[in-house]
Design a protein. Structure first.
Length: 78
């Protein structure tokens, strides 16, 4: 059995945690564990994905951007 710890949380944060419960008897531990698991990505980015992100950042830095209006017109969204 794992050791338990007491922590201090503000009342407004406690209210938010209560609102995130899936059912009234769900423990805060379970809510926090679910939130932590949502933030961890077990699959690292591939080399191709990293390269694509770096290329995209370089395009942004170079000012190679297409205005939103042009994209909307091209794809019929506006």
């Amino acid at each position: 059995m794992q050791a338990a710890s007491s922590i201090y949380i503000r009342e407004d944060l406690k209210t938010q945690l209560n609102n995130l419960k899936r059912h009234p008897k769900e423990s805060y531990n379970d809510v926090i564990e679910r939130l932590v698991n949502l933030t961890v990505d077990d699959e690292p980015l591939s080399a191709d994905a990293i390269k694509g992100l770096e290329e995209g950042l370089e395009d942004i830095k170079a000012g190679n951007l297409i205005p939103e209006e042009v994209i909307r017109k091209k794809y019929g969204a506006g």
